[in-house]
Design a protein around this ligand. Sequence first.
Ligand code: 3HC
Length: 407
Amino acid sequence: MYIFKAAVVGAGTMGGEIAQVITFSGLPVVLKDIDQKMLDAGMAKARSIYQNRVDKGKMSASDMESKLDLITPTLTYDEFEDVDIVIEAVPEKMGIKQAVLKELEGVCPEQTIFASNTSALSISEMGAATGKPHKMIGMHFFNPASVMKLVEIIPGLDTDQETIDDVVMFAESLRKLPVVVQECPGFLVNRLLMPYLNEATKALGEGAATATNIDQAIVEWGMPMGPFTLMDMLGLDVCAHVGEHLYSEYGERMSPAPLFTKLVEAGRLGQKSGAGFYDYPGGESEAVKEMIDALQTSGEVSTGTTFSVERLMYPLINEAALCVQENIASLSDIDMSMVAGTGMTYGGERVGPLVIADKIGLDTVLQGLQELEKELGFRFRPARPLKLRVQAGHLGEKTGKGFHEHA
Ligand code: 3HC
């Protein structure tokens, strides 16, 4: 089925970005919310992305206006009778998502695909709330959606092949890189990112290094931005939703850092609230330093631990190895997703975690994880696919075989 008209439900920043992405490829989109303020914010976001292109001489002002004219902002479902796909981007609460999907069922044609931009919640559970679970699918964009190439496509248990094929083709028509990912909490990229972001926050809370030092070290290592800059950009409330869900599903190895919880409780939600790990403007924050001191004094966090880039990156690689074991995606898709979804690089090359492990040497990564496990606990316990490869002598580039084969 070709997609001639799309709808996005839930405006705001993400909805506005997705509407921009869709109209950029020339398709009309209905942007729906229940709140005029959110609708205005979504339209403003789409306009600002186009305006940026106009300012850089990449598009004319009249082209910008024609693209924006493709967006129909609305508070009603009046325009939904001929949409081919609806992407929901409403708040990350299963109850809200299911209620919206029920409403959509009443107003959309039978063949309309229901896609969810959820960061972590179950697509199968959403599908079960509709009368057509075969048409329910995850379509997960990455922030900033206008820039990041990856779109994770997540079929639920009952999603049919035609829906998967249609959504893959749709994502390609938006000039994105679709990767089909088996359903699991956090899907692929957020599942890999969360242990890394958590570990950064644990190291910061334990006084192992400052936020600036950690961010700088990670950028030098090859990520486009450090973990605190990233969380402040994403919004700590968004990270909290993902984090809580992954903790409830995977248990202790995803336990949220106490400092993270304190920041959210204090309303420090990142750039959008003027304060997160950093102050905006201002950088390093006295208030955060006081929170760290208080956590250490009360004994809620350990002290005297050390920071190393490996402490953050090895859990991410380890989680990628667990995804190999669970067949969440092919090895090359796991790597490609991290490159296209997070801009990951290593040694100046755009490569993902499994290739990076092969370059470092799987024996080195395994030994590093074992040492971290001894020092910091079982969240660093090495994944079986990593251990097995080392036992078999598949150590990565140096032996010609690791996660991948090397010529
Ligand atoms: N919104 C829209 N566009 C933005 C932007 C923003 N916040 N920030 C930058 N851009 C645009 C710029 O305008 C520029 O566009 P152009 O190529 O047309 O000129 C382009 O992005 C590159 O920007 P810059 O050269 O100014 O800056 P950088 O080179 O530093 O790139 C970045 C910015 C693309 C955001 C880069 O730092 C990056 O890739 N960061 C990692 C982001 C990431 O990991 N995202 C995934 C997070 S996980 C997620 O979203 C899942 C969710 O469920 C939680």
